[in-house]
Design a protein around this ligand. Sequence first.
Ligand code: NI
Length: 167
Amino acid sequence: MALLPILRFPDPRLKKVATPVVGIDDSIRKLVADMGETMYEASGIGLAATQVDIHKRVVVIDTSEERNQLRVFINPQLVRCEGLQTGEEGCLSVPGIYDKVERAERVTVNYLDLDGKAQSLTAEGLLAVCIQHEIDHLDGHVFVDHLSQLKQTRIKSKLAKQARVTA
Ligand code: NI
């Protein structure tokens, strides 16, 4: 396994739309293992392949307290969204920035597991938010896209300042 570098907003590569996985082979299994390791190392609860500059529809999520329930979603598709919830979101690609985003309260997602078997999951609360946030990444969207233009401009200048300080 290996840690993968995470792209930082506003890197234009975060806007690429990921393509579906056609066959689950060793390269996909290695990608999933590396993404899991990268997510845990960065203390994140979700990571989309887009964020590590691999533009395939692969997502890993772990919202468990114990950080030992890695969920893998290949070619995830939202087939049902119900209700609304608003919660504070952050993103490994937008370090140090948190803001409120409105999402569906409950979602049903169809996907393939690592064995290539079709699965369906209905989730609510934090897991539902996380699934929506990660599928957004696969479609080239970051959570700050949901915020006002003014907030987006402020976030870009704050991140640019951080980059200068750490450079
Ligand atoms: Ni994110």
